[in-house]
Design a protein around this ligand. Structure first.
Ligand code: TRP
Length: 447
């Protein structure tokens, strides 16, 4: 049965795919930006703590539900006893994953557009180069979103081991290599030290700030690709002999580690840019954040490097595009797995159908940017992800048969009952995670 659905061929294959999903624009661009906005290292500390105490237990819950049910997020609730009432959570997950892909594909398209801008600049084709990065151009936005979407569809249509796993395993080492090489380069430039100080010097007065905690939890959830069924379906492709708590911990460490590492690139790069005459503070005195880091400060830095600028620009935006691609495939896999498992549509067709539907949604977002873009991001990431995360925790903690959960975890982890994990994890998914998520969610929405 599992061979019909597809399966990761090896442990390292799963780790590459899951880390590929987790490590994305959220790590390399989102995390350093959030850190810059939220007082440097204080944010880093809270983010790391929340990643391990809230995100990790939910991650394990998703992997376990997936592997136990051998299904996608809708199919899992359909087949597990007691799950019927939770079927709506499955549909919410498919919707959330699709919405996330719809906006993520647009941003990834911008990253891709800068890759082409660099190539055309090197080739001396200034006019096309300028079109590539013309942020006001709807045709440019649609073209690059579409190109990125087709790349994603190409990989997903290849299947679990031959598409997702193969490409993640190829691209992730390249990503780490480029990231480290860029860090070495940036840290050798004037101004980098000031960035390091900003990054690593915590302003602890901000640590109890509710905005900081909310942002850190959102970041942890987004970064581990939780609360939409991505990790659930990836879990369904893990072999039964694998130890879920251990490989889950490895992926969490990789995800947090790469985010932390990316901070050593982006934040010092901002201060190097400033040394080179690029503006990095907004009018109100705060550091420039969000999209403007990637599409204003860093391009400014690359320009200031002269003739080698386009080469660095190419390398940097290739890094971003690779990071985005190994993540976007995991978003598209959520509706595709649902169509394959439950609607019995073959993978190629499922990929076509959902890929195209989502691209149409992306086009709607592009043509109604001011109205819809931010709204969809907040519905998907601030509402759906945490709410689904709570339902998943409650489901595995209170609804699912306890022995089934433990037996699933025991496969690949025979000494489970002697472990610290066994003592702690049930309480985290039953009480601590839902309570903390709801509390933080409540503060973020109603304060
Ligand atoms: N984790 C990825 C990032 O940090 C994005 C991502 C992939 C994601 N799959 C997801 C986010 C599912 C939420 C849900 O960029």
């Amino acid at each position: 049965m599992s061979s019909v659905r597809g399966e990761f061929s090896s442990r390292i294959g799963f780790i590459m795919a899951a880390a590929g999903s987790a490590i994305g624009l959220g790590n390399i661009w989102g995390f350093p930006g959030q850190t810059a906005q939220n007082g440097g290292a204080a944010f880093v500390v809270v983010y790391i703590i929340l990643s391990f105490i809230i995100a990790y237990p939910v991650f394990i819950a998703e992997l376990t539900i997936g592997r136990y049910s051998q299904s996608n997020i809708v199919g899992a609730f359909k087949t597990i006893e007691g799950g019927k009432k939770f079927k709506f959570v499955g549909y919410m997950g498919v919707t959330a994953a699709s919405l996330i892909f719809a906006f993520y594909g647009i941003i990834a398209g911008w990253m891709l557009s800068y890759v082409f801008e660099a190539i055309f600049t090197i080739a001396g084709l200034t006019e096309i180069a300028n079109w590539c990065v013309d942020s006001g151009s709807v045709s440019r936005n649609i073209f690059f979103m579409g190109t990125f979407g087709l790349l994603t569809m190409y990989i997903v249509s290849g299947g679990v081991s031959n598409g997702i796993e193969k490409w993640s395993a190829r691209l992730m080492p390249i990503l780490v290599f480029i990231l480290v090489a860029m860090i070495v380069f940036v840290l050798m430039q004037d101004g980098a030290f000031e960035g390091l100080v900003f990054y690593l010097n915590p302003d602890f007065s901000k640590i109890t700030d509710s905005k900081l905690i909310i942002s850190a939890l959102g970041q942890a959830f987004f970064s581990l690709s939780l609360g939409v069924g991505t990790m659930l379906v990836y879990g369904s492709y893990i072999k039964k002999e694998e130890n879920i708590p251990t490989i889950g911990a490895l992926v969490t460490i990789a995800d947090v580690g790469i985010a932390f590492l990316a901070g050593f690139l982006i934040i010092p790069a901002m201060f190097v840019a400033q040394t080179n005459g690029v503006q990095i503070y907004a009018a109100d005195g705060s550091l420039i954040a969000g999209a403007n880091i990637a599409f204003q400060v860093l391009p400014g830095l690359f320009k200031s490097l002269g003739v080698v600028g386009p080469v660095f620009s190419f390398i940097f935006f290739a890094l971003m595009t690779i990071a985005a691609l190994t993540s976007s495939i995991s978003m598209l896999e959520v509706p595709v797995a649902y169509a394959v498992d439950d609607l019995k549509i073959n993978r190629k067709k499922s990929t076509m159908i959902f890929g195209l539907i989502i691209m149409i949604v992306s086009i709607i977002l592009i043509t109604n940017m001011d109205l819809l873009f931010g709204l969809v991001i907040s519905i998907a990431t601030q509402w759906l992800q945490p709410i689904i995360g709570v339902f998943i925790s409650i489901f595995i903690g209170w609804v699912m048969n306890r022995n089934h959960v433990l037996n699933e975890l025991k496969q690949g982890f025979p000494e489970l009952e002697k472990s610290m994990f066994f003592k702690l994890w049930p309480w985290f998914v039953r009480v601590i995670c839902p309570t903390l998520i709801l509390l933080i969610f409540y503060t973020s929405v109603f304060e």
